[in-house]
Design a protein around this ligand. Structure first.
Ligand SMILES: Cc1cc2nc3c(=O)[nH]c(=O)nc-3n(C[C@H](O)[C@H](O)[C@H](O)COP(=O)(O)OP(=O)(O)OC[C@H]3O[C@@H](n4cnc5c(N)ncnc54)[C@H](O)[C@@H]3O)c2cc1C
Length: 591
């Protein structure tokens, strides 16, 4: 790395080495002020590197204990801890919805702790001073040296050090999921906010050094011109431009304007370009960027490998062939599509696959949850949105070649106790997340109550999963309530089929109708009062904990989160009363 600042290595002397920074000439041969300033620059940098070391040790430490906790069987302590977390941290952080969207208090708390921790390390270990020092080559001209230099360096170092974490949080083949048991897409919130933090740090780093090199150092404009022409500076400008583009195109506005798929592809490409430019800007800190690039490449390599494992077949003639799977396509009205096919792949309930509709090439893959339990038959249901799903929904295709990658996510039933009561609440195509749960449990030894509340627009939408509904009814284990929201209001909006051993057939309370529909839909909306759905179910169970599965519009998830939190009583759980423990498992497809 080239000599920094005012050190002239040509007149000999020793050097000291500083990880991630240029060597330092010792003893210092400059004026007192400049030497003190260099002490602050190098000392501040070394302490900064120690702090990011502490930061990463803390992250690894937390993941280590989380992995232990996650693999611990369910104990009195872990049950009470989860009940406390559900009671106080599961509800949405409502006051911050304008900033964070519909996010739980837990996610916001983790973010607040992260920002607090980073803020301490951003300002600690720097003594804030100003030095007026002579410019050797220009007698009578003075530089204003200040701790803005060491501080701007520090914030740059932390931005570099956070890059691997940002990639880890965005990985689909997620190491974090393996360690914590949390599905990879639950880390999206932290990935987004780490992106905002890195962007802010990079902008502040740039502003800091612009003030120094363009305003505080003299003589101007020669110092500024010299500075900006240096290679590392040119790369710095390139890196910042790419980062601003990456950030700008990630905004909801840009996603809506250019489409989600453009956002995804641009995000991948700009991320790797940014990392390349960051090395160009400060190769001394590539110790953070190289691992980030490797994680980025590994994530994509494993995805390709998994798709190949599913689709690559050795033909009778010994030749290998990448074969797509032919799916039968069923079109329902209102742009709903069902895919059915058979394959060798197996998965756990709650997991999803990335599906590529390979009739038009394989540049896009989208996550869908199989609505069947693991077995030779796989079935998917999706609503046409604006992109690939709309293309298929608008088509008249009867069969479709698909490419699968996966499965992804975690089993959502493996930790259920035998007497666990299960309530599934869902809307529309969200049924794909909860149906496999009920199909699995209704055919298992579980003794708890099983109930499904499915909110659909029209009664005939139940045709989407007619076969699976018949399978559920045949088990006679599940109480099924189907609520239609757009059929003319009448007694049939709520249809409850109780299983033979439940005596409860009172109809479901409906929320007061709202009339927000466009002219086309002159019918009124009748959504069930989800809070009372949870209340009625929990109070109808006499023993065993309850797990509520919810998948559907984000408003539905918010309502259920509130009610589930209200029903957790950690003190009772500590005393062994499992019925006071209510867990929530929700599908984040709409995040
Ligand atoms: C874990 C998971 C499971 C899902 N399971 C189902 C399911 O079983 N049935 C169903 O109807 N929908 C499901 N979805 C949603 C489904 O993936 C999107 O509706 C679909 O990707 C939209 O594709 P599009 O090209 O039409 O999107 P666009 O119209 O371009 O985008 C609409 C929205 O879909 C989401 N989206 C689009 N592409 C992706 C992508 N590649 N990855 C993640 N989100 C994306 C974004 O939120 C975007 O804003 C699931 C989503 C996730 C994350």
């Amino acid at each position: 790395m080239e000599a920094r600042h005012i050190q002239d290595f040509s007149d000999g002397g020793n050097v000291t080495y500083h990880w991630g920074y240029a060597e330092r000439q010792v003893p210092c041969k400059n004026d007192v002020g400049s030497c003190e300033y260099l002490d602050e620059v190098y000392g501040g940098h070394d302490r900064g590197m120690v702090y990011v070391g502490i930061f990463w040790t803390t992250v690894i430490g937390i993941l280590f204990f989380w992995a232990l906790f996650h693999r611990m069987s369910s104990t009195r302590l872990s049950r009470t801890a989860s009940s406390i977390s559900n009671r106080y941290l599961l509800p949405e952080f409502k006051r911050g919805r304008w900033l964070f969207g519909r996010t739980t208090r837990l996610q916001v708390l983790v973010l607040a702790i992260l920002i607090g921790y980073l803020s301490i390390f951003t300002f600690a270990g720097i003594s804030y001073k100003i030095w007026i020092t002579p410019v050797k080559a220009h007698p009578g001209v003075y530089n204003t040296r200040s701790s803005l230099g060491p501080w701007s360096d520090r914030i740059g170092v932390i931005a570099y050090a956070l890059t691997p974490l940002s990639i880890l949080l965005a990985s689909r083949e997620s190491l974090l999921s393996v360690i914590t048991g949390l599905p990879y897409h639950h880390f999206n919130f932290l990935h987004r906010w780490l992106g905002h933090i890195i962007m802010l740090q990079s902008v502040l780093h740039t502003i800091g050094w612009c003030i120094i090199e363009i305003k505080l150092y003299q003589p101007q404009p020669s110092v500024a011109t010299e500075w900006i022409k240096q290679t590392y500076m040119i790369w710095g400008v390139v890196a910042l431009i790419i980062l601003l583009l990456l950030w700008g195109l990630s905004t909801r506005y840009a996603q809506r304007k250019f489409g989600y798929e453009f956002f995804r592809k641009a995000h991948w490409i700009l991320a790797i370009l940014y990392m390349g430019a960051a090395i160009g800007h400060w190769s001394g800190l590539q110790c953070f960027i190289i691992p980030s690039m490797l994680l980025w490449a590994l994530d994509r390599g494993i995805r390709l490998g998994r798709a190949a494992l599913i689709h690559y077949q050795i033909m009778p003639d010994g030749k290998g062939l990448f074969k797509t799977i032919d799916a039968k396509v069923t079109h329902f009205d209102e742009e709903i599509v069902r895919l059915d096919f058979t394959s060798q792949v197996r998965w756990s309930t709650g997991q999803h696959f990335y599906v590529t509709f390979a009739d038009k090439g394989f540049w896009q893959s989208h996550p869908f949850t199989p609505l069947s339990v693991s077995g030779p038959r796989q079935a998917y249901l999706f609503r046409g949105k604006k992109g690939e799903t709309k293309r298929i929904a608008d088509s008249t295709l009867a069969t479709l070649p698909v490419i699968l990658t996966g499965p992804y996510g975690q089993s959502v039933t493996e930790k259920l106790e035998d007497d666990c009561n299960v309530l599934c609440i869902t809307g529309g195509t969200g049924i794909t997340f909860v149906l496999p749960v009920l199909l699995e449990l209704a055919n298992s030894t579980t003794t708890g109550s099983l109930e499904l509340v499915w909110v659909i627009r029209h009664d005939h939408d139940r045709k989407w999963i007619a076969r699976e509904l018949d399978l559920l009814r045949a088990t006679d284990r599940v109480k099924i309530t189907i609520v239609t929201t757009r059929d003319p209001l009448s007694l049939s909006n709520v249809n409850t089929e109780s299983n033979s051993n439940s005596d409860d057939d009172k109809s479901l309370p409906l929320q007061t109708p709202t009339t927000e529909l466009s002219e086309k839909d002159t019918q009124t909306h009748h959504r069930p009062d989800l809070a009372s759905v949870v209340r009625d179910f929990v109070s109808s169970t006499d023993k065993g904990a309850t797990t509520v599965y919810v998948s559907g519009p984000s408003g539905m998830i918010t309502d259920v989160r509130e009610e589930v939190a209200r029903y957790n009583d950690p003190a009772k759980v500590w005393k062994g009363q499992q019925e006071a423990r209510v867990e929530l498992i929700h599908d984040e497809r709409l995040e």
